[in-house]
Design a protein around this ligand. Structure first.
Ligand SMILES: Nc1ncnc2c1ncn2[C@@H]1O[C@H](COP(=O)(O)OP(=O)(O)O)[C@@H](O)[C@H]1O
Ligand SMILES: Nc1ccn([C@H]2C[C@H](O)[C@@H](COP(=O)(O)OP(=O)(O)O)O2)c(=O)n1
Length: 215
Protein backbone atom coordinates (compact mmCIF):
# COMPACT_ATOMS: atom_id res chain seq x y z
CA UNK A 1 0.00 0.00 0.00
CA UNK A 2 1.74 3.11 -1.22
CA UNK A 3 0.63 6.70 -1.25
CA UNK A 4 1.25 10.23 -0.02
CA UNK A 5 1.21 11.45 3.58
CA UNK A 6 -2.18 11.39 5.31
CA UNK A 7 -3.91 9.29 2.66
CA UNK A 8 -4.73 6.74 5.39
CA UNK A 9 -2.11 4.07 4.54
CA UNK A 10 -1.15 3.34 8.14
CA UNK A 11 -4.72 3.17 9.43
CA UNK A 12 -6.08 1.14 6.53
CA UNK A 13 -3.05 -1.19 6.40
CA UNK A 14 -3.45 -2.06 10.07
CA UNK A 15 -7.17 -2.81 9.70
CA UNK A 16 -6.62 -4.86 6.54
CA UNK A 17 -3.75 -6.79 8.17
CA UNK A 18 -5.87 -7.48 11.28
CA UNK A 19 -8.77 -8.63 9.11
CA UNK A 20 -6.60 -11.01 7.10
CA UNK A 21 -4.44 -12.10 10.05
CA UNK A 22 -1.36 -10.90 8.18
CA UNK A 23 1.75 -9.10 9.40
CA UNK A 24 2.25 -5.40 8.98
CA UNK A 25 5.26 -3.39 7.83
CA UNK A 26 5.20 0.36 8.44
CA UNK A 27 8.19 1.19 6.27
CA UNK A 28 7.83 4.92 6.94
CA UNK A 29 8.63 4.22 10.60
CA UNK A 30 12.05 2.92 9.50
CA UNK A 31 12.89 6.14 7.67
CA UNK A 32 11.49 8.17 10.57
CA UNK A 33 13.64 6.16 13.01
CA UNK A 34 16.81 6.77 11.01
CA UNK A 35 16.01 10.49 10.68
CA UNK A 36 15.38 10.63 14.41
CA UNK A 37 18.59 8.75 15.29
CA UNK A 38 20.56 11.03 12.97
CA UNK A 39 19.04 14.08 14.69
CA UNK A 40 19.84 12.68 18.14
CA UNK A 41 23.45 12.12 17.04
CA UNK A 42 23.64 15.72 15.83
CA UNK A 43 24.30 14.67 12.23
CA UNK A 44 23.86 16.99 9.27
CA UNK A 45 20.94 15.37 7.41
CA UNK A 46 22.47 16.38 4.08
CA UNK A 47 25.69 14.47 4.88
CA UNK A 48 24.92 11.34 2.82
CA UNK A 49 27.82 9.32 4.18
CA UNK A 50 26.99 10.03 7.83
CA UNK A 51 23.27 9.32 7.47
CA UNK A 52 24.03 6.11 5.58
CA UNK A 53 26.24 4.93 8.43
CA UNK A 54 23.40 5.86 10.76
CA UNK A 55 20.91 3.80 8.70
CA UNK A 56 23.31 0.84 8.78
CA UNK A 57 23.81 0.95 12.54
CA UNK A 58 20.49 2.16 14.02
CA UNK A 59 18.68 -0.61 15.85
CA UNK A 60 14.95 -0.44 15.13
CA UNK A 61 12.42 -2.71 16.86
CA UNK A 62 8.63 -2.84 16.69
CA UNK A 63 6.84 -3.88 19.86
CA UNK A 64 3.11 -4.47 20.28
CA UNK A 65 1.64 -2.03 22.80
CA UNK A 66 0.54 -3.67 26.04
CA UNK A 67 -2.84 -1.86 25.92
CA UNK A 68 -3.57 -2.78 22.29
CA UNK A 69 -2.76 0.81 21.20
CA UNK A 70 -0.20 1.99 18.60
CA UNK A 71 2.73 -0.37 17.97
CA UNK A 72 5.74 1.04 19.80
CA UNK A 73 8.87 1.83 17.82
CA UNK A 74 12.08 1.36 19.77
CA UNK A 75 15.11 3.17 18.35
CA UNK A 76 18.48 2.20 19.82
CA UNK A 77 16.70 0.98 22.94
CA UNK A 78 14.56 4.11 23.41
CA UNK A 79 10.78 4.14 22.87
CA UNK A 80 10.58 6.93 20.28
CA UNK A 81 6.98 6.28 19.12
CA UNK A 82 5.67 9.72 20.09
CA UNK A 83 8.64 11.67 18.72
CA UNK A 84 8.41 9.78 15.42
CA UNK A 85 4.81 10.87 14.72
CA UNK A 86 5.63 14.59 14.55
CA UNK A 87 5.78 16.44 11.24
CA UNK A 88 9.41 17.35 12.05
CA UNK A 89 10.24 13.62 12.12
CA UNK A 90 8.32 13.18 8.85
CA UNK A 91 10.37 15.91 7.20
CA UNK A 92 13.65 14.43 8.51
CA UNK A 93 12.56 11.00 7.23
CA UNK A 94 11.76 12.41 3.81
CA UNK A 95 15.18 14.15 3.69
CA UNK A 96 17.28 11.09 4.50
CA UNK A 97 15.01 8.88 2.35
CA UNK A 98 16.24 10.65 -0.78
CA UNK A 99 19.75 9.20 -0.24
CA UNK A 100 20.00 5.96 -2.29
CA UNK A 101 22.48 4.28 0.10
CA UNK A 102 20.14 4.95 3.04
CA UNK A 103 17.34 3.20 1.13
CA UNK A 104 19.69 0.33 0.32
CA UNK A 105 20.60 -0.07 4.00
CA UNK A 106 16.92 -0.68 4.86
CA UNK A 107 16.09 -3.20 2.11
CA UNK A 108 17.03 -6.45 3.92
CA UNK A 109 15.16 -5.43 7.05
CA UNK A 110 12.00 -4.80 4.99
CA UNK A 111 12.27 -8.04 3.02
CA UNK A 112 12.49 -9.91 6.33
CA UNK A 113 8.85 -9.00 7.06
CA UNK A 114 7.65 -11.14 4.17
CA UNK A 115 6.38 -14.25 5.92
CA UNK A 116 3.38 -16.57 5.68
CA UNK A 117 0.45 -16.22 5.77
CA UNK A 118 0.91 -12.73 4.35
CA UNK A 119 2.12 -9.18 4.76
CA UNK A 120 0.56 -5.76 4.34
CA UNK A 121 3.39 -3.28 3.71
CA UNK A 122 2.82 0.47 3.71
CA UNK A 123 5.08 3.16 2.33
CA UNK A 124 6.11 4.87 -0.88
CA UNK A 125 7.92 2.14 -2.85
CA UNK A 126 6.40 -1.10 -1.57
CA UNK A 127 4.79 -2.00 -4.90
CA UNK A 128 7.47 -0.48 -7.14
CA UNK A 129 10.81 -1.43 -5.52
CA UNK A 130 10.67 -3.53 -2.34
CA UNK A 131 7.92 -6.03 -3.24
CA UNK A 132 7.49 -5.61 -7.02
CA UNK A 133 5.99 -9.12 -7.24
CA UNK A 134 3.31 -8.43 -4.61
CA UNK A 135 0.07 -10.01 -5.86
CA UNK A 136 -2.12 -7.10 -4.68
CA UNK A 137 -1.14 -3.45 -4.85
CA UNK A 138 -3.06 -0.38 -3.82
CA UNK A 139 -2.07 3.25 -4.31
CA UNK A 140 -4.06 5.22 -1.76
CA UNK A 141 -4.56 8.95 -2.28
CA UNK A 142 -6.78 11.82 -1.10
CA UNK A 143 -6.76 15.54 -1.90
CA UNK A 144 -3.98 17.54 -0.20
CA UNK A 145 -6.60 19.63 1.63
CA UNK A 146 -8.28 16.55 3.07
CA UNK A 147 -4.97 14.94 4.03
CA UNK A 148 -3.90 18.12 5.84
CA UNK A 149 -7.25 18.20 7.71
CA UNK A 150 -6.84 14.57 8.81
CA UNK A 151 -3.28 15.17 9.99
CA UNK A 152 -4.37 18.35 11.79
CA UNK A 153 -7.05 16.46 13.71
CA UNK A 154 -4.66 13.60 14.48
CA UNK A 155 -1.87 15.83 15.81
CA UNK A 156 -4.28 18.10 17.73
CA UNK A 157 -5.70 15.02 19.46
CA UNK A 158 -2.14 14.18 20.49
CA UNK A 159 -1.92 17.65 22.05
CA UNK A 160 0.56 19.03 19.52
CA UNK A 161 0.50 22.68 18.53
CA UNK A 162 -0.02 22.82 14.74
CA UNK A 163 -1.86 24.97 12.21
CA UNK A 164 -3.88 23.66 9.27
CA UNK A 165 -2.19 25.98 6.75
CA UNK A 166 1.27 25.07 8.07
CA UNK A 167 0.54 21.36 7.88
CA UNK A 168 -0.80 21.59 4.33
CA UNK A 169 2.39 23.42 3.26
CA UNK A 170 4.58 20.80 4.96
CA UNK A 171 2.64 17.88 3.49
CA UNK A 172 2.78 19.31 -0.03
CA UNK A 173 6.52 20.03 0.29
CA UNK A 174 7.17 16.49 1.53
CA UNK A 175 5.05 14.88 -1.21
CA UNK A 176 6.79 16.87 -3.88
CA UNK A 177 10.24 15.84 -2.55
CA UNK A 178 9.16 12.17 -2.24
CA UNK A 179 7.73 12.18 -5.76
CA UNK A 180 10.62 13.97 -7.45
CA UNK A 181 13.60 12.07 -6.01
CA UNK A 182 15.67 9.99 -8.42
CA UNK A 183 15.49 6.71 -6.51
CA UNK A 184 12.21 4.96 -5.57
CA UNK A 185 10.01 8.03 -6.05
CA UNK A 186 6.45 8.09 -4.77
CA UNK A 187 4.40 6.85 -7.71
CA UNK A 188 1.83 4.12 -8.30
CA UNK A 189 3.14 0.76 -9.54
CA UNK A 190 1.83 0.09 -13.04
CA UNK A 191 -0.27 -2.77 -11.65
CA UNK A 192 -1.58 -0.90 -8.57
CA UNK A 193 -5.27 -0.24 -8.03
CA UNK A 194 -5.79 3.47 -7.37
CA UNK A 195 -8.07 4.29 -4.44
CA UNK A 196 -8.94 7.95 -3.82
CA UNK A 197 -10.21 8.17 -0.23
CA UNK A 198 -11.31 11.82 -0.43
CA UNK A 199 -14.73 11.98 1.22
CA UNK A 200 -14.68 8.27 2.09
CA UNK A 201 -14.94 6.87 5.61
CA UNK A 202 -12.24 4.52 6.88
CA UNK A 203 -14.58 1.50 6.81
CA UNK A 204 -15.41 2.09 3.13
CA UNK A 205 -11.72 2.40 2.25
CA UNK A 206 -10.92 -0.86 4.07
CA UNK A 207 -13.75 -2.61 2.20
CA UNK A 208 -12.43 -1.28 -1.12
CA UNK A 209 -8.92 -2.50 -0.33
CA UNK A 210 -10.15 -5.92 0.82
CA UNK A 211 -12.01 -6.22 -2.48
CA UNK A 212 -8.63 -5.97 -4.24
CA UNK A 213 -7.27 -8.92 -2.25
CA UNK A 214 -8.58 -11.99 -4.02
CA UNK A 215 -7.42 -15.06 -2.14
N1 LIG B 1 -10.83 7.78 5.05
C1 LIG B 1 -10.53 8.51 6.11
N2 LIG B 1 -11.40 9.44 6.58
C2 LIG B 1 -11.10 10.20 7.66
N3 LIG B 1 -9.96 10.13 8.35
C3 LIG B 1 -9.05 9.23 7.95
C4 LIG B 1 -9.28 8.38 6.82
N4 LIG B 1 -8.19 7.59 6.67
C5 LIG B 1 -7.33 7.93 7.65
N5 LIG B 1 -7.85 8.90 8.43
C6 LIG B 1 -7.20 9.56 9.59
O1 LIG B 1 -6.21 10.41 9.04
C7 LIG B 1 -5.03 10.42 9.85
C8 LIG B 1 -3.83 10.03 8.98
O2 LIG B 1 -3.97 8.67 8.61
P1 LIG B 1 -2.71 7.71 8.48
O3 LIG B 1 -3.24 6.33 8.41
O4 LIG B 1 -1.71 8.03 9.53
O5 LIG B 1 -2.15 8.14 7.04
P2 LIG B 1 -0.76 7.84 6.33
O6 LIG B 1 -0.22 6.58 6.95
O7 LIG B 1 -1.11 7.66 4.88
O8 LIG B 1 0.08 9.04 6.55
C9 LIG B 1 -5.31 9.46 10.99
O9 LIG B 1 -5.70 10.21 12.13
C10 LIG B 1 -6.46 8.60 10.50
O10 LIG B 1 -7.30 8.16 11.54
N1 LIG C 1 8.75 3.26 1.79
C1 LIG C 1 8.97 4.50 2.21
C2 LIG C 1 8.30 5.01 3.34
C3 LIG C 1 8.57 6.29 3.75
N2 LIG C 1 9.49 7.04 3.07
C4 LIG C 1 9.87 8.38 3.50
C5 LIG C 1 9.13 9.47 2.76
C6 LIG C 1 8.10 9.97 3.74
O1 LIG C 1 7.84 11.36 3.57
C7 LIG C 1 8.72 9.67 5.10
C8 LIG C 1 7.74 9.33 6.19
O2 LIG C 1 6.91 8.27 5.74
P1 LIG C 1 5.56 7.86 6.50
O3 LIG C 1 4.90 6.80 5.68
O4 LIG C 1 5.86 7.54 7.92
O5 LIG C 1 4.76 9.22 6.45
P2 LIG C 1 3.21 9.50 6.44
O6 LIG C 1 2.63 8.71 7.59
O7 LIG C 1 2.67 9.05 5.11
O8 LIG C 1 3.15 10.98 6.62
O9 LIG C 1 9.59 8.55 4.88
C9 LIG C 1 10.09 6.54 1.95
O10 LIG C 1 10.87 7.23 1.30
N3 LIG C 1 9.84 5.26 1.54
Amino acid sequence: MDGPSGSGKGTVSRLVADHLGWRLLDSGALYRAVGYAAGMAGLDLSDAEAVTRCAETTKIQFRAAADGGDTRVIVNGHDATDELRTETAGAAASAIASVPSVRQALVALQLGFRKAPGLVADGRDMGTVIFPDAPFKVFLTASAAERAKRRYKQLKEKGLSVTLAGLQREIEARDSRDASRAVAPLKPAVDAVLVDSTGMGIGDVVAKVLAVVKL
